[in-house]
Design a protein around this ligand. Structure first.
Ligand code: ADP
Length: 323
């Protein structure tokens, strides 16, 4: 293989830059020329790509986001859009594409691969909901950002005998909330995979209050039916049920922008190299991920449209630790 291209797509995740760097440098090491595509699939359709040298990807590993840019591109969902993307790639003599992104982006990878253009995906999303990888690029950093906020909120909560509802990202997946909840010592974790009613949250907060806790912490996944907004609405109507006075903090996109953790940089570097190896091994429609600390490939067919389940034993652990 002489020429490949790499792009980042969908929601940005800390570590994407490290993954681009790894694809470029591993590709060049293997004798390839690697093109960077700007703004995800929009750059393929808009013919916005440039050959990258080793030095072009220097000094970016420590930066969150993606220096290539990312975008959501509705045109790519159409057959005409993808045909245009393939003809632009072929005009440059590019033989394969590496797509760094989450569920939606890998659906795009599969659609392109089905049309005969070789694609290898790299598992990258702060939601950690992708099948085919135990963890995905960005989730460790996102959890650490959430944790830093939780630690700070606990200090102010304890000073005022308050409870905080902290809503974290993760779309329909409760992984970030569960990890941040356990590591942050939350009294309650509310996740889509194990829904709690406002009454249950109130009862658990009340129990913590009655046990003499001077603070309460509820970590809520944004994808839960009873997200922070819904819970606060409920408690505003009847503030007496929890014992604590209540505040809500929605962390939102602040979780995306951080400098990637060592763990995310390592993962991104290994997956980037793994993607180049997968291309050289002749993979044409696969996702590169990590399982049991081994870099593995999974057919995109088995990844797209699925949501990786979380380990509900960890939910029980969170409950035990909250007592
Ligand atoms: P993420 O990768 O973070 O899950 P999105 O779901 O926003 O991101 O998807 C990113 C882009 O991937 C979309 O804007 C679109 O261009 C492409 N995409 C998403 N779903 C599909 C699909 N089913 N078929 C083709 N392309 C898709």
């Amino acid at each position: 293989m002489k020429r490949a291209a790499v792009l980042t797509s969908g929601g940005d995740a800390p570590g994407m830059n490290a993954a681009i760097r790894a694809v470029v440098r591993s590709g060049i090491d293997a004798g390839m020329e690697v093109f960077g595509v700007h703004d995800g699939y929009a750059g393929l359709i808009g013919n916005n790509m440039v050959s990258l040298a080793r030095r072009d990807v220097g000094n970016i590993m420590q930066l969150g986001g993606t220096f290539l840019g990312s975008a959501r591109c509705p045109e790519f969902i159409t057959l005409e859009g993808r045909q245009k993307a393939i003809s632009n790639l072929e005009a440059y003599g590019i033989e394969a594409l590496v797509v760094i992104g989450g569920n939606g982006s890998q659906a795009g990878s599969l659609d392109l691969a089905v049309m005969g253009f070789p694609v290898v995906g790299i598992a990258s999303t702060i939601d950690n909901d992708l099948e085919g990888s135990d963890v995905t690029i960005g989730v460790d950093t996102a959890i650490n950002v959430a944790l830093e906020a939780i630690d700070r909120l606990k200090i102010t909560a304890a000073s005022h005998k308050r409870a905080f509802l902290v809503e974290v990202m993760g779309r329909k997946c409760g992984y970030v909330a569960l990890m941040a909840g356990i590591a942050g010592g939350a009294e309650i974790v509310v996740i889509p995979e194990h829904e709690s009613t406002p009454e249950q949250v109130a009862q658990q907060l009340r129990a913590a209050y009655d046990r003499g806790k001077n603070h309460g912490l509820v970590v809520v996944a944004e994808g839960a039916v009873n997200n922070a907004h819904k819970l606060i609405e409920h408690f505003e109507a009847d503030p007496s049920t929890t014992g604590f006075s209540l505040r809500a903090t929605i962390l939102g996109h602040v979780q995306r922008g951080a400098s990637p953790s060592a763990s995310d940089r390592m993962l991104a570097t290994r997956l980037g190299e793994g993607a180049v190896k997968a291309l050289l091994d002749g993979k044409t429609a696969d996702l590169v991920g990590i399982r049991n600390n081994q870099i593995v490939t999974t057919p995109l067919q088995d990844v797209v449209g699925k949501q990786k389940p979380i380990d509900l034993r960890l939910f029980e652990l969170a409950q035990i630790m909250a007592q």
